[in-house]
Design a protein around this ligand. Structure first.
Ligand SMILES: Nc1ncnc2c1ncn2[C@@H]1O[C@H](COP(=O)(O)OP(=O)(O)OP(=O)(O)O)[C@@H](O)[C@H]1O
Ligand SMILES: [Mg+2]
Length: 548
């Protein structure tokens, strides 16, 4: 008998179906990856499995226990990490662990967990002062306090850096034996690829349940690479005009293209498919083929060749240096990626570049204007999307955007225009805080664009977003860059890092490498790893720096 038995499960909220007719069996010793775009029903499924929601029809049995009638017994044998884990912001890391251990009746031995999450040096830091990724790791540590038979992890790796994600996988794999079954929802498709079994949900329906490689293999013969095209963004836009192209993304100096069945591209070479190609294919291809945002953007005036200059930017919090002599220049029309492990100093640097945090030393120039000397003028050139949703949650999107229009002297009509461009007109008068993540991100992007800035700072704009929504986002970013906008963006998605023209790698507050994605990969080549991915390069460079 299987450990988890899901039978004809449906769940409706009001008149909308969150899940319809899902059946699946899961076994101990197995990791099941749950994937799918926003609103697919991933969180609903995990909550139903945790016995926190009642099915509308059908049922779930965990070890023969019904999640509805025997929810207490189900809670006893399961561990659940919700998507938004509730840490106590005013308690320290250690106090949070102690409190959760108390609540769950778990032993108060945290050494292994602290070591694994690299939180050991920060046990006395208040949760509210942790970086985004560090908070996520603390949440995970809390969920692992007591070893469960069924571990339900709802997007545990959102905002977690590649090194820690590898560690997280390794840890989850060490937990995995014949006493436990793990269900893991994720928007990182490289993670899904590593699961023995994936459940692909879309709009509440199961599109696929099985081994991910079975789906990937169906794409053989349909994935191509255009090597080093002259102007990669112009080529990308022209590819999207071709009906036989299902999807195209930039990969370093190349373009990766998925073709419709039985179609060819003359100047492209066939390449091995990956799971993401199959995922995009099953969901019908790229959701957006031209950016209405860049099409609407007025002509830009700021001709400065280096619209962003960071000159020895340094930020110290007491004895701790969060950013250390950070120095770089970003060219006009460039997409500049900012990568680094959790707590490396990315958000701190962004805040200094936006004039939200006063540098301890150094200066920032935006469009040639010194942020400290002429903050108002410098800020009029820039738009900023914070890592966390930072608009007013209790105002409507309309009120939020009108507020931004007022602050930046933007036209009021821009509110309706942005709502149309980002497809949230039906939500304009709802409560912003209640919107699903994907919509919130679109709203934040719209708010940052209200005054049509020539420089954009995007701090993990796609964190937690599914691959389909992320494509939409990047269609806008590519369009804006092509229009002459200068974009600085941070991300923990390595596929997105390859969309950037250049990448700065920051670690412990210092920039340790700055180059094109291809050059970084080239530099990481070795006998053991002759064809490193960008993630391999990232891990190698950080580890090499840490070792010396
Ligand atoms: N107000 C503060 N007081 C004390 N320490 C702080 C404060 N703000 C940030 N830090 C620390 O500065 C370091 C850098 O944080 P930052 O948020 O810039 O990291 P990050 O690179 O953006 O990480 P992530 O990828 O997790 O978002 C972290 O160790 C963080 O805990
Ligand atoms: Mg950050």
């Amino acid at each position: 008998m299987s450990f988890v038995e899901i039978k004809e499960l449906s769940k409706t909220f009001g008149c909308s179906a969150a899940l319809s007719n899902i059946s699946a069996q899961m076994h101990k010793g197995q990791i099941v990856g749950v994937i799918g775009p926003d609103g697919a029903g991933k969180t609903t499924l995990l909550r139903l499995m945790a016995g926190l929601l009642a099915p509308s029809s059908g049922h779930i049995e965990i070890n023969g226990l019904d999640t509805l009638g025997q929810s207490e017994e189900v809670h006893e044998i399961s561990g659940y990490m919700p998507q938004r884990f509730g840490l106590y912001e005013d308690l320290t890391v250690m106090e949070n662990l102690e409190l959760y251990a108390e609540l769950r009746g778990a032993p108060k031995t945290f050494d292994k967990l602290l070591q694994f999450t690299n939180l050991q040096p920060f046990t006395k830091r208040l949760a509210k002062h942790l970086s985004g990724g560090m908070k996520q790791k603390l949440g995970l540590a809390c969920a692992l306090l007591k070893k469960p038979q069924l571990l339900l992890l709802d997007e545990p790796s959102v905002g977690v850096d590649p090194i820690s994600r590898r560690e997280l996988w390794a840890l989850v794999n060490t937990l995995l034996d014949d006493t436990i079954s793990i269900v893991w929802s994720t928007s990182y498709l490289d993670e899904a690829e590593k699961c023995q079994t994936v459940l692909l949900l879309n709009e509440g329906k199961a599109l696929f349940y099985g081994n991910p490689s079975d789906l990937t293999n169906k794409m053989v013969g349909r994935v191509f690479k255009i090597e080093k095209p002259e102007n990669k963004r112009a080529r990308l836009f022209s590819l999207f005009k071709d009906e036989s192209v299902l999807d195209a993304v930039i990969q370093g100096a190349d373009i990766r293209v998925i073709m419709q069945k039985n179609s060819m591209l003359p100047d492209a070479v066939e390449t091995a498919p990956r799971f993401e190609d199959a995922f995009i294919d099953i969901l019908g291809g790229s959701p957006m083929r031209v950016s209405p945002l860049s099409a609407a953007m007025p002509k830009m005036e700021n001709p400065n060749p280096y619209p962003v200059v960071a000159d020895h930017l340094t930020k110290r919090f007491d004895q701790f240096t969060a950013a250390d002599q950070v120095t770089f220049k970003v060219q006009r029309g460039e997409i500049f990626g900012f990568l680094g492990p959790n707590g490396a100093g990315k958000s701190t640097t962004f805040k200094m570049l936006c004039g939200l945090l006063k540098p301890t030393e150094g200066k920032a120039l935006i469009g040639g204007v010194d942020l400290q000397k002429a903050p108002k003028e410098a800020r009029s050139h820039l738009g900023y999307m914070a890592q966390k949703f930072s608009l007013y949650g209790d105002l409507t999107p309309r009120q939020n955007l009108e507020f931004f229009a007022g602050v930046y002297g933007a036209k009021k009509e821009t509110v309706e225009q942005m709502a149309k461009i980002f497809a949230f007109t039906p939500y304009l008068d709802k409560t912003s805080g209640m919107l699903p993540l994907g919509l919130k991100q679109r709203l934040s992007f719209a708010a940052a664009m209200m005054h049509w800035p020539s420089v954009l700072f995007l701090d993990e704009p796609t964190s937690g977003m599914d691959p389909v929504s992320r494509r939409e986002f990047w269609m806008h970013a590519n369009g804006l860059a092509d229009h002459g906008c200068t974009i600085m963006v941070s991300t923990h998605f390595m596929d997105e890092a390859e969309y950037c023209d250049r990448i700065a790698l920051i670690y412990q507050g210092k920039i340790i490498h700055l180059d094109t994605p291809d050059a970084l990969k080239e530099a990481a080549k070795s006998e053991e790893v002759p064809n490193p991915t960008l993630e391999d390069a990232f891990v190698k460079m950080i580890e090499a720096y840490a070792a010396h």
